[in-house]
Write a protein that binds this ligand. Structure first.
Ligand code: SF4
Length: 341
């Protein structure tokens, strides 16, 4: 393992991408980008990152931002608890660290929404602390280089990798961690198509030597995904305004807006009953088709309906399509129904 350090650092110097959050090593920039990059591809994050930094240029502004404005900035990125945790952590930094981002791995890890990986990335990139930052890219590279057949989705295996990396961590800890991640992003690609001929580690790599790049890393999922069926209603009044409501303050998509919906794929008779309960008199009930949305552990199987309502029910907020686009944080799952119309 020790032998990977030098070629990796040299390769990184020559090949690292000029990303906006690499222009400096301010903890705020590295932190926000790392949180956005969880579950989201770099190309998509670039747009969101620039908009986010324009609106909230520092920790103080993030700590004070209105929840609706924050969720609007995050709209489309998904996994909205990330945005809420960012604000919570920003408040902690303002209150407990006088607005200065903590510099030690152990303190960083205690902030809301920051786990081992993100704390390791910030501590090493911004403060050069010699701690590893092990994400999926790093696990893949190390499994292939070492030829390990262990299941990289197991926490114990991740710990082992972190421990082996700690043992070889050079003084340039931030550059080393970033180099491993960058190699996984650009060269040691997933799904059996790594660009080994361009890789600085190919002379040291067991998977390349033994022709195992297609089978490593081993990833065995323990979790079975759940499914939830929903009927979602795009209800418009005579002026074309659309009914929306705010979700509760906890749980999935907390605090965001949604179209009225009910659990289950219910019959037209049951739909009429439900609409009556909402004080909506339907002039038209038209099926829009189906859409699926995948969350971390659950899939929503949605059936959409367009409803023309005779009058506005006080139960909902009635907004124009333009206002819905610009002012309300509507999760991607519901946008899929909007697109069916
Ligand atoms: S040689 Fe190929 S499989 Fe090995 S680390 Fe490099 S890109 Fe990945």
């Amino acid at each position: 393992m020790q032998e990977i350090v030098k070629p990796l650092l040299e390769w990184f110097q020559q090949n690292k991408r000029p990303l906006p959050w690499r222009e400096d090593t301010l903890p705020y920039h590295v932190w926000v980008s790392e949180i956005m990059l969880q579950q989201t591809r770099i190309e998509a994050v670039m747009r969101y990152y620039a908009r986010f930094m324009d609106a909230l240029p520092d920790i103080a502004s993030l700590s004070e931002v209105d929840d609706d404005a924050l969720l609007k900035l995050w709209e489309g990125l998904g996994y909205y608890s990330r945005a809420r945790n960012l604000k919570k952590a920003a408040r902690t930094v303002m209150q407990e660290y006088d607005g200065v981002f903590p510099s030690r791995f152990e303190d960083i890890k205690r902030l809301s929404g920051i786990g081992e990986y993100t704390a390791g990335a910030i501590a090493s990139i911004c403060f050069n602390e010699k701690v590893p930052a092990v994400d999926g890219n790093v696990l893949r590279v190390i499994a292939r280089v070492t030829g390990s057949r262990e299941n990289v989705l197991l926490p114990a295996v991740k710990k082992q990798v972190a421990s082996r990396l700690s043992d070889i961590m050079p003084d340039e800890a931030g550059a080393f961690n970033e180099a491993l991640m960058e190699l996984g992003e650009l060269v040691c690609l997933p799904n059996g198509v790594p660009l080994c001929e361009k890789c600085p580690l190919h002379a040291l790599c067991a998977a390349f030597r033994d022709g195992l790049t297609e089978v490593l890393p081993v990833r065995i999922k323990a979790l079975r995904r759940g499914k939830t069926e929903l009927c979602v209603f795009l209800i418009r009044d005579a002026d074309g305004r659309i009914a929306i409501e705010k979700r509760g303050n906890s749980g999935l998509l907390a605090g965001m807006y949604q179209f009225p919906n009910v659990a289950g794929h219910i019959s037209e008779k049951e739909i009429k009953k439900q609409l009556t309960a909402w004080d909506v008199t339907p002039l038209v009930i038209a099926p829009l088709g189906e859409a699926k949305h995948a969350f971390t552990h659950i899939d929503w199987m949605m059936k959409g309906y367009r409803i023309e309502a005779a009058h506005k029910s006080d139960r909902f907020l009635w907004v124009s399509a333009d206002a819905l686009q610009k002012e309300y944080a509507l999760p991607t799952a519901f946008r899929k129904i909007f697109k069916l119309e």
